[in-house]
Design a protein around this ligand. Structure first.
Ligand SMILES: Cc1cc2nc3c(=O)[nH]c(=O)nc-3n(C[C@H](O)[C@H](O)[C@H](O)COP(=O)(O)OP(=O)(O)OC[C@H]3O[C@@H](n4cnc5c(N)ncnc54)[C@H](O)[C@@H]3O)c2cc1C
Length: 291
């Protein structure tokens, strides 16, 4: 499945992102998770890749399971941080053999283990990886975009210039980091278009799963917790998991309504390997005939 064919359809494309199960318990629960979310009939599922190759085998096995056992259209990710060219082609050769047609290419970040040593010929930026892959494979490639600017970026404008390098190197669609104010996304898309980036840009949706996780991730990912959301997070009882989940569902539904009204090409859900929130949001949007 080539993602770009999906984005040509005249309807919002629903994609769900997973990471490979991190332990035996998660592994046992993974089948059920995919089955529950498959019943929502998403357009495709995608599987992350641990930078430094930390989930190399787990990512491959997860892609294989979703694609061949669960018969879902699947996108595989590759995060090149620290990997040498041969390590990258080894991963990609296996995906090609499996029949994967779309690869989402990201740089990744330095793994936390102290002993991690980068390969001397590893790539510095995702755009370099995209060129390298484009020259050697027939995959459709995607890349990441950051509506509020990447956390290391000198400025949003500079970050968008580098995004343009990724597209010029061969990325054919962009999945955006999540955000809690749609205006960030709309302004970002406008700036990208003004710079001549004309590929589909897909908003990422990260429902609030727990208050602690939302606050922690917002710092790591550079997603501002808006005043509106901050107020809600301050008011909810953080220990009341049901109330927190419901807050996240309601907030995300409102966000999705606003995005769909502006005819975004799709919605990309960061499921964090959980099904409840994504299910509730998608079911509501379906009931309202928005997707
Ligand atoms: C949808 C999505 C999925 C993700 N999935 C994963 C995953 O599976 N695994 C994982 O490890 N991480 C993942 N990430 C996180 C990502 O790896 C990090 O955000 C990482 O820090 C940047 O990756 P990138 O591909 O955007 O990097 P790049 O595009 O290389 O950009 C990194 C930084 O360098 C700057 N830059 C780019 N090019 C240049 C240049 N030529 N000169 C100077 N500066 C430059 C950019 O402005 C930016 O600040 C994901 C992010 C998103 C949005």
């Amino acid at each position: 499945m080539r993602v770009t064919d999906l984005y040509k359809k005249n309807k919002p494309i629903i994609s769900l992102e997973f990471f490979p199960p991190r332990n035996e318990k998660a592994d046992q629960e993974f089948d059920g998770l995919i089955d529950r979310l498959s019943s929502l009939k998403p357009d495709y599922m995608s599987v992350t890749f641990g930078a430094g190759g930390s989930t190399r085998d787990g990512s491959y096995q997860t892609v294989k399971k979703i694609m061949t056992e669960k018969k879902q259209a699947t996108v595989a990710y590759i995060a090149g941080y620290g990997l040498g060219p041969k390590e990258i082609t080894d991963v990609l050769d296996k995906y090609r053999e499996l029949g994967v047609e779309t690869i989402f290419v990201i740089r990744g970040d330095k793994p936390r283990e102290d002993q991690f040593t980068s390969h001397p010929d590893s790539f510095s930026y995702a755009s370099e990886m995209i060129s390298f892959i484009k020259d050697r494979y027939d995959f459709t490639l995607g890349c990441a975009g950051y509506p509020e600017g990447h956390i290391e970026a000198q400025s949003l404008e500079k970050d968008i210039e580098y995004l343009k390098c990724k597209v010029d190197s061969g990325a054919e669609y962009i999945v955006a980091q999540y955000f809690y104010d749609n205006d960030y996304f709309f302004r970002y898309t406008e700036k990208c278009r003004a710079l001549g980036i004309n590929v589909p840009i897909i908003p990422g949706i990260m429902p609030v799963y727990t208050v602690k996780m939302t606050r922690m991730l917002s710092k790591v990912c550079g997603a501002t917790i808006t005043d509106l959301l901050r107020k809600k997070l301050d008011e909810v009882d953080a220990e009341d998991s049901k109330a927190v989940l419901q807050l996240g569902i309601d907030f995300a539904i409102d966000q999705c309504r606003g995005l769909l009204k502006e005819k975004v090409p799709g919605l990309h859900f960061y499921t964090m390997d959980r099904s409840e929130s994504t299910t509730a949001i998608i079911q509501c949007l379906k009931q309202e005939k928005l997707i």
